[in-house]
Write a protein that binds this ligand. Structure first.
Ligand code: CTP
Length: 415
């Protein structure tokens, strides 16, 4: 049966796609799909259930993708957990053909073969294309499993009606490749809504040296900034994280470690060129030592010690006055212990921000070091959005949800 392989849509080009094949006759069609995706510039990795390998040999997939094919859960190529590695790696997963058996096992959270284990370890959108006999497809058990997958956000590409391998005519034939590609694009677009955007995030408390072993800083853990960077990267943005804090970096985030406010400002000057959004989650100090001792200050040499401090320039204010960076949508943070709204609005105006996220540091259950946060997001256009208590990662996504409609259509700069 010839495949109607329409050109691979632009939206899929360059993506890391895991193609998971289960044991149906339509498995042979997926060789063409894997080949077309690879030729369109996608990086394609294939995993097959043991019964899929009885329909199509792994070397066919290896040949068209140029990558080894996973057929079992046991380590290959030194990767201790191939299913986790592939689940982490993939930006899109396609299960095609998906048999009634594999759908049932995905629906019940099984992970006893490489295909179901990868789906369970996935962090990206999953598209499932069922293919089976019409009687099997029509059974309530199968339909309920399909419904369960839909409820959990899996995209289902309905099978077509037509001549089936069993000789029957009915619904159950693997959807046409054009339908599969369409579902893949939709899955990508809904998840990667920041694709093509450049997002710069700052994180952590700045550190101002007193001498080579001591510094002035604050309690900021950097968790909110790291959560924002991770969320933006997961949504397809090109993300730069300028940070004083060091946590494990999220896949795809470009990390620029800095220490002082001046280093942060210098790094931002470079990184913000052509950026769409700056989210200034760092807790930048207000004062720094007027002088930094070049040698460790010793107790016996300085029984009394007075530290003279000078103000640190406002980073957001300098960015505002840089004409080259005028197109960047600027979001600030404000940690306040009272009159949240009033102080945040004043800060937003003073720093020329497009938006500000204010959180209440008098609350002990949120903020510094905590995994949760809560507050309010205010925009220069007067809109106000309550951010009820949630994890910092959830708040990061909420902030991005609110910023996204404010960005201009043109990627690479905002007006
Ligand atoms: N900020 C900045 N440069 C500074 C200090 C703060 O860019 N030198 C940024 C922070 O990253 C944050 C926002 O300004 O996004 C608000 O920070 P905050 O410390 O609350 O503001 P301050 O101007 O320091 O005001 P105050 O200390 O009076 O509350």
């Amino acid at each position: 049966m010839p495949l109607d392989l329409a050109p691979v849509p632009e939206e899929l080009r360059g993506l890391r796609i895991a193609v998971l094949v289960s044991g149906g006759i339509a498995a042979y069609k997926i060789v063409d799909l894997a080949s077309a995706l690879t030729q369109a510039g996608c990086e394609v990795r294939v995993a097959m259930t043991p019964s899929a390998t009885r329909f199509v040999g792994p070397p066919s997939f290896q040949g068209v993708t140029g990558n080894p094919v996973l057929t079992g859960l046991w380590p290959v190529d030194g990767s201790p957990e191939p299913h986790v590695a592939l689940g982490d790696w993939a930006q899109l997963i396609v299960v095609a053909p998906a048999t009634a058996n594999v759908i049932g096992r995905i629906a019940t959270g099984r992970s006893d073969d490489i295909v179901t284990a990868i789906v369970l370890a996935a962090r990206c959108p999953v598209v499932v294309a069922p293919a089976m006999n019409d009687a099997m497809w029509s059974k309530r058990a199968v339909q309920e499993n399909v419904e369960a997958l839909r409820d959990r956000g899996v995209s289902i590409v309905e099978p077509e009606s037509g001549h089936l391998a069993s000789g029957h005519v009915g619904a159950g034939r693997l959807a046409a490749a054009s339908q599969l590609l369409k579902a893949m694009v939709e899955a990508v677009q809904s998840r990667y809504d920041l694709a093509g955007r450049r997002v710069v995030v700052t994180a952590g408390g700045t550190r101002e040296p007193i001498d080579p072993v001591r510094f002035i800083s604050n309690y900021s853990s950097g968790k909110m900034g790291f959560a924002l960077a991770a969320a933006a990267a997961d949504r397809g943005a090109h993300v730069t994280l300028v940070t004083t804090a060091s946590h494990p970096a999220h896949r795809g985030v470009d990390v620029h470690p800095v220490e002082t406010a001046q280093e942060m400002l210098d790094a931002l000057g470079e990184q913000l060129k052509g950026a769409d959004v700056l989210v200034m989650a760092a807790a930048v100090g207000d004062f720094r030592p007027a002088r930094t001792a070049t040698k460790k200050i010793r107790r016996e040499e300085t029984p009394r010690f007075t530290l003279e401090l000078e103000p640190i320039p406002d980073i957001l204010a300098s960015i505002r006055s840089d004409k080259e960076l005028a197109g960047v949508f600027r979001v600030g943070f404000a940690a306040e212990d009272s009159e949240l709204d009033a102080k945040a609005v004043e800060k937003m105006k003073r720093k020329g921000l497009h938006a500000i996220v204010a959180n209440d540091i008098s609350r002990r259950d949120i903020g510094f070091g905590s995994d949760d946060n809560a507050g309010v997001m205010l925009f220069a256009d007067g809109s106000r959005h309550e951010l009820e208590k949630m994890t910092k990662r959830e708040m990061a996504d909420r902030i991005l949800d609110l910023v996204l409609p404010k960005l201009s259509g043109e990627k690479g700069a905002e007006s």
